[in-house]
Every structure is written in structure tokens, then in C-alpha cells.
Design a protein around this ligand. Structure first.
Ligand SMILES: CC(C)(COP(=O)(O)OP(=O)(O)OC[C@H]1O[C@@H](n2cnc3c(N)ncnc32)[C@H](O)[C@@H]1OP(=O)(O)O)[C@@H](O)C(=O)NCCC(=O)NCCS
Length: 201
């Protein structure tokens, strides 16, 4: 297994890899930090280092994850990784490269796109549809039948009621309570959630 990225998200992924008794060979990073736990080697990315490897893009930023995917998709394959403590319904569908962190709960008939981060202790209820390159932050909860479109970020501890659609690249702030549909690129905060601006993180 190879990690693309060698900072915070990669540290969490390394821990997950060890918990699952898997082996991390090395990391690649466009701007390598000085060190990584256990002094694992960090290289500048190249086709040779990624060719035919199983890779996880360990970067929290949805857009950067997508850029790296576009750059590397012809060279390597992408793993789906799940921490052993997560509950994931057998009726869940996953896209390649998505990761399920500790204590997550995913209930029946959820579909998750590729290269999503379903972060620690988040809850995704039945029949939600999660697009590609989405990040569901720690302790966020989605009720049933929610659609989260490509590139959206659901912040720490946010709650979204059933049947809502969260638009492409939308950002839901930490602790927000979302009671109505959110348009593409909107940034929403508060309880009840309100749009404060349109744009990126
Ligand atoms: C929503 C968010 C993206 C807004 O960031 P921003 O655009 O830089 O916004 P600012 O910090 O300039 O704040 C703008 C206003 O919104 C308020 N605000 C920002 N985030 C808020 C939040 N989560 N809840 C309530 N109000 C919030 C600010 O207090 C400020 O209010 P004011 O204009 O009355 O002073 C950010 O605050 C946030 O919550 N990010 C999520 C972080 C997260 O979940 N990380 C998880 C990593 S795993």
C-alpha cells in the first residue's frame, strides 16, 4: 500500500493501515515534510513509484484529492479502506479510493462515490447517495435519503435532516443543522443552517 500525501490525513490513514494489519511501503508527497512516524520513506511522486501500486490519496481537501486522482488514475489502482470498528451495512456500495474511519455507522442501501472520506464516528443513514470526492467530517450525521453531491464538505458534528440535497462543492460548517436544500458552492453555518457566502473553503 502507498499513501499519496504525508501530513495529517496520512497519519490517520497509516494508523488505520496498521490497525488492519496491512503494510505501508512508502509515501509520496509533492512537498514532502521532514519526517513521518516510524521514519517511513517519503518520496516526490513519480509514475515509477506509483505504477501498478495500490494507493490511497490521503489528503483531506476534496479538490486536491480530485486533482491528484486525475493526475495518477492511469498509473495505479485505488484501495477502499475501512476501519474494523466501523459498522457498514452489507447493502452499501463504494467507489474506489474511499475510506471509512473508526466508529462510522453506515446503514442500509447507501451509495458512496469514489475518493470520499467518511470520517471518525460519522453517521450515514439509509439510502443516502454520496457523490465523488466528498468529505463527511467527524461526528457529522446524515439522516435518511440525503444526496450529497460531488466535492461537498460536511463539517464537524453537522446534522442534516432527511431528504435534503447538498449541492456540489457546498460546505456545511461545523455544528450546522441543515433543514433545507443547499445550492452548489454554498457555505452554510448555524442552526438553522443559513448561507453566509458562495465559494470554496
Ligand atoms: C463554515 C466555515 C467553512 C466558514 O469559514 P469562513 O468562510 O472562513 O468563515 P469565517 O471564519 O470568515 O466566518 C464568517 C462568519 O460565519 C461565522 N461562522 C463560521 N463558521 C461557523 C460555524 N461553523 N458555525 C457558526 N458560525 C460560523 C463566523 O463567526 C463569522 O460570523 P460573523 O460574520 O458574524 O463574524 C468554517 O468556519 C467551518 O465551520 N469549517 C468546517 C471545519 C471542519 O469541520 N473541519 C473538519 C476537518 S476533518
Amino acid at each position: 500500500m502507498i499513501l499519496y500525501g504525508a501530513r495529517g490525513q496520512a497519519k490517520v490513514m497509516y494508523d488505520l493501515i496498521l490497525s488492519n494489519n496491512q503494510l505501508l511501503e512508502y509515501l509520496v508527497d509533492d512537498n514532502p515534510p521532514a519526517d513521518f512516524p516510524h521514519h517511513l520513506p517519503i518520496y516526490l511522486p513519480s509514475r515509477e513509484l506509483l505504477l501498478d501500486k495500490k494507493v490511497i490519496i490521503a489528503i483531506g481537501d476534496n479538490r486536491i484529492r480530485e486533482m491528484i486522482y486525475d493526475k495518477t488514475k492511469e498509473w495505479c489502482s485505488f484501495e477502499i479502506m475501512q476501519h474494523y470498528s466501523a459498522y457498514v451495512s452489507r447493502f452499501t456500495e463504494f467507489g474506489d479510493g474511499s475510506v471509512i474511519m473508526p466508529k462510522v455507522c453506515i446503514n442500509a442501501e447507501v451509495s458512496i462515490g469514489m475518493h470520499c472520506i467518511i470520517n471518525t464516528a460519522s453517521v450515514i443513514e439509509h439510502e443516502c447517495v454520496i457523490g465523488d470526492f466528498v468529505h463527511i467530517s467527524p461526528s457529522a450525521s446524515l439522516a435518511g435519503n440525503i444526496t450529497v453531491k460531488k466535492g461537498a464538505h460536511i463539517g464537524l458534528g453537522a446534522n442534516v435532516i432527511q431528504g435534503i440535497t447538498i449541492g456540489e462543492n457546498a460546505v456545511i460548517g461545523a455544528g450546522a443543522v441543515v433543514l433545507s436544500d443547499v445550492p452548489d458552492h454554498a457555505v452554510v453555518v448555524g442552526n438553522p443552517g443559513r448561507i453566509i457566502r458562495f465559494g470554496t473553503l
